[in-house]
Design a protein around this ligand. Structure first.
Ligand SMILES: *[C@@H]1O[C@H](CO)[C@@H](O)[C@H](O)[C@H]1NC(C)=O
Ligand SMILES: *[C@@H]1O[C@H](CO)[C@@H](O)[C@H](O)[C@H]1NC(C)=O
Ligand SMILES: *[C@@H]1O[C@H](CO)[C@@H](O)[C@H](O)[C@H]1NC(C)=O
Length: 508
């Protein structure tokens, strides 16, 4: 009886850290600014068949329409109401997406903007994605409804200016955004009603935007009001997966560990450090990645949501700075994402972007605001080319062979230990995952040619970076593993993809 109580307490307590992906699916992809109809199609034609676990979708609730038709991506972080009505689609389209994705084993996680409503500087009116009226000046959001009583103006009537003052960070306005009074049960209830609506439709969890700007106890109080996940797709008693956007690069008053009780946290040090290593800045080398993870001062693996870049720092917003690698630096980016997906640390999120016209002036991209590909403000469909890449300005990193195949690698090695590390003291490194997978990188200025212990059973394996296993044959490099588990690897330092990865299911 005691053991049963202990186990069920652990079960409850662990629940919000589990992504509820289907068995054997280990990564999610952020389909930034995609329309719900395109996500539904992508789940069926690509993400389900290729083994992706889920999709982080852009905010689902009504927001301010800013500067139509030159609408910035960040208008979606300025809520007007909790109606499911955005440029990604309406409620019927949202439901259709969740149902179709769940039915092919792909989960949906919603970016939940609950710290604030829109910016204080917007004029009153109905310039919103569902036409709801709002008046930032007197804090009137009748479509929720919220009034002046529901904001933190009595605690702080201005901007956050000092990140060493935790009360300021949590009670004042972030970039002018009207800060909700989450200590009020009324506000908590309105937010929980919105999130429960999404849960009932069938979402698996939430990214909590701007979590650092909310008190952990207030978030907890909201989470305590949430329903269990919909039993049409999830086992009874499943709690929503929670990952909180807490930017903690060290040196501020607020620590991401304060949020562990609520769920996972976004580990921003991960992409910033990995970018520095792959770029070989500050004397960093890949050989230093031997103790990657907690050894680098990151949060515990089972509390971390990790990524190479996100929608903010890929365009210079948020945290991380110049070291962040993105699709614009494709060669290094593929190595970084490959390393992330091969390494056991954290729960992994892959970024999927759109292109925009960058325009650097004095080192800053003055076009960092540009929204998704559109016709007069209406988001363009994601088209698929004959070679399976995307059209209409969508980058679709998740469809790049090297990234898609490493997402599969992660599924194949799930649960296997980090093993057989090798490095040459510089930027040539390799490691395995038990007897299920092995990866080798050459980020040095000289070619690599060496024999390594892979831990894999004897056989011929297809390198899933240079090609694919198709009908039992390999379109890329073949690697022979001997009966002793050893294999020879040669990687030119001028290769477009200077890394090789083999795994149990790429065996020919
Ligand atoms: C769960 O989803 C199903 C299928 O869409 C729906 O019929 C049902 O009402 C949902 N359950 C709840 C509790 O909303
Ligand atoms: C590793 O790097 C060192 C120094 O950069 C180089 O001298 C050596 O040849 C490399 N070792 C292998 C096995 O490639
Ligand atoms: C596999 O591919 C190689 C090279 O493309 C080819 O020579 C060989 O005949 C193929 N084998 C089979 C069984 O299809």
């Amino acid at each position: 009886m005691k053991l049963f109580l202990l186990l069920s307490a652990l079960g409850l307590c662990w629940a919000q850290y589990a992504p509820h992906t289907q068995q054997g699916r280990t990564s999610i992809v952020h389909l930034f600014e995609w329309r719900w109809a395109d996500i539904a199609a992508e789940c069926e034609r690509y993400l389900g068949p290729k083994g992706f676990g889920g999709v982080q979708v852009s905010p689902a609730n009504e927001n301010v329409v800013i500067n139509n038709p030159y609408r910035p991506w960040w208008e979606r972080y300025q809520p007007v109401s909790y109606k499911l009505c955005t440029r990604s689609g309406n409620e019927a389209e949202f439901k259709n997406m969740v149902t179709r994705c769940n039915n092919v084993g792909v989960r949906i996680y919603v970016d939940a903007v609950i710290n604030h409503m829109c910016g204080s500087g917007n004029p009153a009116g109905t310039s919103s994605t569902c036409g709801s009226y709002y008046n930032p000046n007197n804090r009137d959001f009748p479509a929720v409804p919220y009034s002046g009583l529901d904001f933190n103006d009595n605690k702080c009537n201005g901007e956050i200016s000092n990140y060493n003052d935790a009360s300021q960070v949590r009670n004042c306005r972030l970039s002018g955004l009207l800060d909700l009074a989450l200590e009020k049960d009324y506000v908590r209830t309105k937010i929980a009603d919105y999130l429960n609506h999404l849960i009932d439709i069938g979402v698996a969890g939430f990214r909590l935007d701007a979590a650092k700007h909310m008190w952990p106890g207030d978030i907890k109080a909201v989470l305590n009001k949430l329903h269990n996940l919909n039993t049409s797709w999830f086992s009874a008693g499943s709690r929503p997966f929670i990952f909180q956007e807490v930017i903690d690069l060290g040196g501020e008053a607020i620590k991401s560990s304060e949020y562990f009780g609520n769920g996972r946290v976004t580990e921003f040090k991960y992409g910033a450090k990995l970018g520095t290593v792959i770029r070989k800045w500050n004397g960093e080398k890949m050989s230093y990645l031997k103790n990657w993870g907690e050894g680098w001062g990151f949060v515990p693996s089972d509390r971390a949501l990790v990524f190479v870049d996100n929608h903010d720092n890929q365009r210079g917003h948020g945290a991380g700075g110049a070291s962040i690698l993105t699709f614009w630096d494709a060669r290094m980016y593929k190595m970084a994402v490959g390393f992330m997906l091969a390494h056991p640390y954290g729960f992994t999120r892959i970024m999927s972007s759109y292109r925009w016209d960058r325009n650097f002036q004095n080192g800053k991209d003055v076009n960092d605001w540009i929204g998704p590909p559109n016709n007069n403000g209406a988001t363009k469909a994601v088209t698929i080319n004959a070679d399976s890449t995307c059209g209409n300005g969508w980058v679709c990193e998740h469809r790049w062979r090297q990234i898609r195949n490493m997402a599969a690698f992660r599924n194949v090695v799930d649960g296997q230990p980090f093993s057989n590390w090798w490095d040459n003291g510089s930027n040539q490194v390799a490691f395995g995952r038990g007897n299920r997978g092995f990866i080798v990188f050459n980020n040095d200025d000289r070619s690599l040619s060496t024999t390594l212990q892979t831990g894999l059973p004897a056989g011929t394996y297809c390198d899933v970076i240079s090609g694919d296993k198709v009908n039992g044959n390999c379109t890329g490099i073949k690697i022979q593993v001997g009966g002793d588990g050893k294999a020879s690897f040669s990687i030119s330092n001028s290769a477009e993809d200077p890394f090789i990865a083999i795994h149990a299911e790429s065996k020919l």
